[in-house]
Structures are given as structure tokens and as C-alpha cells.
Design a protein around this ligand. Sequence first.
Ligand SMILES: [Ca+2]
Length: 80
Amino acid sequence: MKKLVFALSVLGLAASPALVTSNAMAATMDFNSVDANGDGQVTLIEANDAGLQWTEEQFAAADVDHSGGLSETEFNAVAG
Ligand SMILES: [Ca+2]
């Protein structure tokens, strides 16, 4: 039983930084490193893969021209 509690606490510690990443990481996130396929647009999938954890609503709000991807300007406006 002690082992189970220990395992759960380790998991809890490991998970907590991820919860803080959203805005703190976004502030230091480099566009080119988030733009995984290098097409000049950051998709919601790329943003989430990079750990930004944006919701569809947050992404849509950032996608000012509704192109379905964030340009570097759009990305930097919310994350730069
Ligand atoms: Ca766009």
C-alpha cells in the first residue's frame, strides 16, 4: 500500500508542471520550434504537441484571419 501511495505521489509531481505550462511556457515559446513541420503556420495540434494546451476556443481567438493556422505574428501576439 505504501508503494502505491508513493507511486501516486510521484505521478502527481510529474503531472503538476504540465498544468502550469500553458501560459508560462507560451511566453517563452519560439514560433519556429512550435511550427513542427515548418510551413509557417502553427496549428492547434502543433501548439498542443509543443505543450501549450490551448483549447479550440483559445486557438480560434488567436487565429485572427481564420486561416486555421497561426502566422508568426498571430502566434507572437498570444505567445511571444
Ligand atoms: Ca491565421
